[in-house]
Write a protein that binds this ligand. Structure first.
Ligand code: HEM
Length: 447
């Protein structure tokens, strides 16, 4: 196995000039899964740039916990910053504490309880258009659910609806563009190629729609009790408020970070339940017992245990956020190697979740592995990252996914409606395409 002077393993198969660009564009998941066999810290090449992939849970934890040394940075974060502005997800450590504090109250337990009422309403609305025997495109349905729920959490005022529609339409091109642009060398990124132009157009449209909404809220001056009003009213320790561009970046970040991830998680969950009808029936028995014919609410959560484990296992097998980068701000030590400043590191929840050293039968769907009696490897489940930059919406996402899945399964039986398995497109999120499912209404049929 090839190692460099610092004892870091080199991933094999790098081509002159492009390095590992081709496998990263064609089959990034397969490529990532080959890396742990070469070492705990493996160097790959993205054109002329080099990056170290961190392949052990305990090393990923070290990186995540030392957020000053392993700061946000690297090609993905640069592209996220370019698309969204300098928001909480892409800002450096020096700006992070202030931005995180401004958003934290919006994700308190008290607020979550209120958002759960919106989740319940939107879940009810989701299936009103379904009919017995119809085939639905689960990805489209779940995207609709997540975008309407999250948009209503951010902006309750009706005046914001057109902006919400524009942004949700633009998001798929933004996600695809962020990943493509992150792996492309800078020269190719700047060429007027159709994917680059599509990305820029989508980013600019979403950007101006959010600006318009902030302008409307500022002009209106009343508090709407939503996240945007909270951000407009926020004051830091010195009494300063957030600027319009900071608020803009926060809102764009929440839309981008929250909608697709949650929709993708729910889509994979439905796909897995079709593949595993036995688990689907067990989940139905739980939900019918807890809910009867009601829609799931916040108070039901403690009793929707299997629903939660199904979501957790889905997030392990198909973590929506599958690749993230960091940059060293100073010389650092990791796995006994000395890493120079300005080195890009990559951590991948997908790689960690699929490693047989941490999860037995890593490719199998087994929600029961999350029963409390089973011991887990520390740091081996990281769908929401960790440390100071851990997902701020983790409880929001788990609540929405659990309530929605429980309600839907209690009323509908799913079977795969497409002959072929979904096509997986790793963009910013691990997106399944073509999850087409036949839905059978159980309010008329016997359960
Ligand atoms: C299943 C759904 C979700 C998954 C899998 C997910 C995953 C993640 C991950 C892995 C990170 C850390 C990224 C890193 O280490 O660089 C993150 C950060 C973040 N997520 Fe989520 N997320 C989800 C839902 C949400 C929702 C619903 C929201 C908000 C509405 C949200 C907002 C954020 C924000 C603002 C950050 C940046 C936090 C910071 O840097 O302080 N996410 N998410």
């Amino acid at each position: 196995m090839a190692t460099d002077q610092a004892g870091i393993a080199q991933a094999p198969g790098a081509l002159p000039i492009v390095g590992h660009l081709l496998p990263l564009l064609r089959d990034p998941l397969g490529f990532l899964n080959t890396l742990p066999a070469h070492g705990d810290l493996v160097q790959i090449r993205l054109g002329p740039q080099r990056a170290l992939v961190v392949c052990r849970p305990e090393l990923v934890q070290e990186v995540l916990l030392q957020d000053r040394t392993f700061d946000k940075g690297g090609p993905i974060i640069e592209r996220v910053g370019n698309a969204l502005g300098n928001g909480i997800a892409s800002c450096p450590h020096s700006a992070h504490r202030r931005l995180r504090r401004s958003l934290q109250p919006a994700f308190s337990r008290t607020c979550l309880r209120e958002y759960a009422a919106i989740m319940t309403e939107e879940t009810d609305a989701l299936t009103t258009g379904w009919s017995d025997g119809r085939t639905v495109d689960v990805g489209v349905e779940m995207y609709g659910l997540a975008s309407s729920t999250i948009a209503r959490t951010l902006f309750t005022d009706k005046a914001a609806r057109p902006a919400v529609e524009t942004v949700t339409l633009c998001l798929p091109d933004i996600f695809r563009g962020i990943y493509q642009q992150a792996v492309l060398p800078p020269l190719l990124r700047r060429l007027p190629l159709p994917p680059n132009l599509r990305y820029e157009r989508a980013r600019d449209r979403a950007w101006s729609a959010v600006s318009k909404t902030i302008g409307l809220y500022r002009k209106d001056g009343t508090s709407h009790g939503d996240v945007l009003s909270m951000l407009l009213d926020t004051r830091d320790e010195a009494g300063g408020s957030l600027s319009d561009s900071e608020i803009h970046a926060q809102i764009m970040t929440l839309l981008v970070a929250g909608i697709d991830t949650t929709a993708v998680a729910l889509t994979w969950a439905v796909h897995l339940l079709c593949q595993h009808p036995g688990v689907q029936e067990r989940l139905r028995a739980e939900t019918v017992k807890v809910l009867g014919t009601r829609t799931a609410t916040w108070d039901d959560l403690p009793r929707l245990d299997l629903a939660r484990r199904v979501i957790t296992e889905t997030l392990r097998l198909y973590p929506p956020g599958w690749i993230f980068t960091r940059t060293t701000t100073t010389e650092a030590r990791l796995a006994g190697a000395v890493i120079p400043p300005d080195t890009t590191l990559i951590y991948s929840p997908y790689l960690i979740h699929r490693d047989a050293r941490s999860h037995s039968r890593p490719g199998s769907f087994d929600p029961d592995r999350w029963l409390p009696e089973h011991e887990q490897v520390r740091g081996a489940l990281i769908p929401f990252g960790g440390g100071a930059r851990k997902c701020i919406g983790d409880n929001y996402a788990m609540t929405l996914a659990t309530l929605a899945l429980a309600t839907i399964v209690s009323r509908w039986r799913f079977t795969h409606g497409a002959p072929r398995p979904p096509h997986v497109e790793p963009r910013m999120t691990l997106t399944p395409h073509n999850v087409r499912v036949r839905v059978e209404c159980l309010e008329r049929a016997s359960v």
